[in-house]
Design a protein around this ligand. Sequence first.
Ligand SMILES: *[C@@H]1O[C@H](CO)[C@@H](O)[C@H](O)[C@H]1NC(C)=O
Ligand SMILES: *[C@@H]1O[C@H](CO)[C@@H](O)[C@H](O)[C@H]1NC(C)=O
Ligand SMILES: *[C@@H]1O[C@H](CO)[C@@H](O)[C@H](O)[C@H]1NC(C)=O
Ligand SMILES: *[C@@H]1O[C@H](CO)[C@@H](O)[C@H](O)[C@H]1NC(C)=O
Length: 556
Amino acid sequence: MKWSTFSLFPLLVSFAAAAPAAPGWRFDLKEERSGIVALEAIVVSPTLVVFFDRASDDPLQINNHSAWGALWNLETSTVKPLDVLTNSFCASGALLSNGTMASVGGDPRSFPGNPDIENGLQGLRIFEPCASPTGDGCTLFEDPATLHLLESRWYPSSIRIFDGSLLIIGGTHVNENFYNLHPANSFEFFPRKEDTPRPSAFLERSLPANLFPRAFALPDGKVFMVANNQSIIYDIEANTERILPDLPNNVRVTNPIDGSAILLPLSPPDFIPEVLVCGGTATDPIDPLLLSSQTPATTQCSRITLTEEGIAKGWEVEHMLEPRTMPELVHLPNGQVLIANGARSGFAALHQVADPIGNSNADHAVLVPSLYTPDAPLGQRISNAGMPSSGIARVYHSSITLTPQGNFLIAGSNPNGNTTVGPGIKFPSEFRVQTLDPPFMFVERPKILNTPAKLAFNKKFTVPISLPSNLARPGAKVQVSLMDLGFSSHAFHSSARLVFMDATISRDQKSLTFTTPPNGRVFPPGPATVFLTIDDVTSEGAWVMVGSGNSPPTLE
Ligand SMILES: *[C@@H]1O[C@H](CO)[C@@H](O)[C@H](O)[C@H]1NC(C)=O
Ligand SMILES: *[C@@H]1O[C@H](CO)[C@@H](O)[C@H](O)[C@H]1NC(C)=O
Ligand SMILES: *[C@@H]1O[C@H](CO)[C@@H](O)[C@H](O)[C@H]1NC(C)=O
Ligand SMILES: *[C@@H]1O[C@H](CO)[C@@H](O)[C@H](O)[C@H]1NC(C)=O
């Protein structure tokens, strides 16, 4: 009795010390570096991410010169160079309905000492579906003489639309010094639908800060766009635009005054589209010498529902926890949105404001991400509770993407004219790669054991799953998301999309039945990742082809 009384206290103490902490969010710094500045990133297979940089003096070498493309292996966290012909600096891209990745537009310049660079302004870089988990034998195809854009485009956006092809939006004809003064105020398609680009009154109106327009394919096949402080819905089939209300409070959100935007998750049965636009700066687009690296960014997020009623109501305003220029908005499979990266003050681009920090037009990097919960009440949607600091500034020319593993890959940052590293540089060229790992990475997760390679539209599929015992309970919250992971470039994720699917788990907890979206307007045909989330614990994603896998244009 006496013995047990004495021992009880130390026993409790040691038990308390050994109790596992509830898992939280963590940044994980990888040993291997990216070798090029990963200013563009797109997941192209379950294990591979394509990175692009400016063609310059990056340390990663290929054929005895600096590389500006690379394949990052998500399984081994290692990089290998990719041979690129044209300069992919400040391009866009997306996956097509047949699984091929197309990178579009870029920069005309060569670089002293790097002999193999061709003009990328009309660049079209093709990466065919790669079956090798390590990318062996997978290469880019370019033939600038026969395969190129109709118009020169530096800083364009591109999104996959309802027929699986790309709508390519805007950009500029030359290397601009801050604003878009030589604009490509037009749209075109890849593959081509017409012999000439379509002029855009919207792009005309949104000058001079309309680079990398933020655009989303809506579930009726039309396209929402926001650039500068203007927004429209573009009807591709009728070639008409409908003007929507301006963003409130003089806030502007496209390069070089970068905020970001995201299409919030679409849910059956009505798939009502809502757009969220966060960050940027409340300023008139004035002479950059009158702007400062210390000009505060905005905390403003603006949200609109794209129904007649929602458009009549206009933008609803809420606020982030801190001001952010160049924020990144990225879907989580459970429908929340990660707000990461960027800076509290200044602007995008290099060395144009009156007082750059080195070459950076921005200052005061934001290191702690936040989460946005779309269905929480206004004013209570944004939190950074439990979020760690990344410790690494990710300002201009950084990228982030959700991975099929369910975490976020974060790389890049380079507000400099070339590769600049070393002591005394506040915002150097950044080659360190991190993941941001959600809490569910550290617990037992649900598993989707198998999926058909192709998911046709408007069909029910039943797939085998396994669930950890604590999640296999009646009444658990089950979410099945069909996601395009997007193409990350310049604080925007082109084509990023989350469509929830109606789903049930069998009584024996061994299979999952879900219903695919009705058509390619709700989810443009092409590669997708399916995640199963139970009570906010998300499985690894299953890589599938939505639709026929036919080359674009295709309506199935
Ligand atoms: C690279 O340079 C080395 C030494 O100059 C040479 O031996 C080699 O053939 C070169 N490789 C290529 C692919 O040009
Ligand atoms: C949008 O920008 C234009 C041009 O700078 C300006 O005239 C207009 O007032 C702005 N709209 C709002 C709502 O601030
Ligand atoms: C990189 O830029 C710095 C200054 O911006 C310059 O001094 C240096 O020569 C450049 N390096 C190369 C290889 O061009
Ligand atoms: C996919 O379509 C694009 C555009 O037509 C084409 O360039 C590419 O070769 C196609 N890929 C496959 C695998 O068919």
